[in-house]
Design a binder for this molecule. Structure first.
Ligand code: MRU
Length: 364
């Protein structure tokens, strides 16, 4: 008997080293069509990140790791200084594709550290180490998401209603997702959650991606418009909110997809716990508060034209299209990391998380 492949059977991001290609699912085509893209050049990789063909903070980090390895592989020199100069140029270029998700620069910096730490080695050895590190970033992502899932699962009970915003799912990571990890793990264990997926205007990641992947997994998911979260919370249908994030500041303020802070405010009003799921690669201890996070602004046509048969707003109208907003730490019940759940005061609890991470890394 052959079972049909679903979106869950495809890698969000993969390396095909034989063809020197970064392979991604083109997420702009979902849910209508599952199409794989093979990216070879710096421009192709930059565009794929910028256009959200690959998106979601951890997946962007994994793509950047494989991407910079492939670009480094193309550098044809035996001279370290020339190699490093070209590597740095490629790194800077990829880093400029999107500004908010810190995982992009986190992954690129980690790859750069490999180069610097082995500057006395032959270039082929450095290239091999870059490949191994990029693969490790992806493997760690799977493990980290699973750990986030376990900690998140301890915060809910069978039969609960869970609301999520945007897509912090498998399509935003290598497996499980962050905000969806407790949902997937719970599903494996028969928890029978009822999930509400916000559609997430203007790019509809909730409708196109979260509803699609959860439905494909056989999870009970109901799609709602962004402006319906207060309604379902007031009706008592939501026991917890899980969202992902793109950057957590040292004080616990968290940037995530536009509209997240509206959900957090409504959740506080109705007494529903609001959890931000974040691998430590998304925590930026060098950014003191949410006010210091750069928020990406995108094209007006995403609001006025995209998804409509005909433009639906008056020609010439002013449009403001920030892609993310910052949820104030005081609205967050907990930040679910791979090392456990950080609670207020976050400045202190996130420092403890950092220590746990350093201890684990030093013990390796
Ligand atoms: O613009 P996107 O689709 O890349 O935004 C994605 C989000 O905001 C996600 O919630 C976040 O990156 C976390 S993904 C685990």
């Amino acid at each position: 008997m052959t079972t049909e492949k679903t979106i869950l059977d495809y890698d969000t991001v993969a390396l095909d080293d034989t063809d020197s290609a970064l392979v991604i699912i083109d997420q702009t085509k979902l849910p209508g069509k599952i199409e794989l893209l093979r990216l070879h050049t710096a421009e192709e990789i930059w565009n794929a990140i910028y256009l959200l063909q690959v998106r979601g903070a951890p997946a962007i980090g994994v793509a950047a790791g494989f991407g910079i390895y492939l670009l480094a592989k193309q550098i044809d020199t035996t001279d370290f200084l020339i190699f490093y100069e070209e590597f740095s140029r490629a790194k800077q270029y990829l880093d400029s594709s999107r500004p908010t998700a810190v995982n992009l620069s986190w992954a690129l910096n980690r790859m750069e550290q490999v180069v610097l730490a082995h500057k006395n080695e032959p270039i082929p050895t450095i290239k091999q180490l870059l490949k191994e590190t990029a693969i490790r970033i992806q493997e760690e992502d799977i493990d980290i998401c699973r750990r986030i899932g376990e900690h998140g699962l301890s915060l809910v009970k069978p039969g609960d209603g869970i609301l999520t915003h945007c897509n912090a799912g498998k399509l935003a990571t290598s497996r499980y997702g962050t905000a969806t990890a407790p949902i997937y793990l719970g599903h494996e264990r028969g928890y029978e959650f009822h999930v509400y997926a916000d559609e997430t205007r203007p790019l509809l990641q909730g409708a196109r991606l979260t509803a699609f992947e959860l439905q494909s997994a056989g999870i009970d998911v109901t799609l709602i418009c962004d402006n319906m979260s207060a309604m379902v919370m007031k009706q008592g249908k939501v026991n917890a909110v899980f969202v992902g994030c793109d950057r957590v500041a040292a004080n616990g303020d968290a940037a995530n997809k536009i509209g997240t802070s509206v959900v957090a405010t409504v959740a506080k009003h109705y007494g529903v716990p609001f959890y931000v799921c974040a691998p430590t690669s998304t925590i930026d201890w060098n950014t003191p508060t949410g006010a210091d996070i750069m928020i990406e602004e995108r094209k007006p046509s995403e609001v006025t034209d995209m998804w409509y048969e005909k433009r639906m707003a008056p020609e010439g109208v002013k449009v403001y299209n920030p892609a993310f907003d910052v949820t104030d730490a005081e609205l967050i019940s907990g930040i679910v990391t791979e090392y456990g759940v950080a609670r207020a005061p976050f400045t202190e609890s996130l420092k403890k998380i950092k220590l746990l991470k350093e201890n684990e890394e030093n013990g390796r």
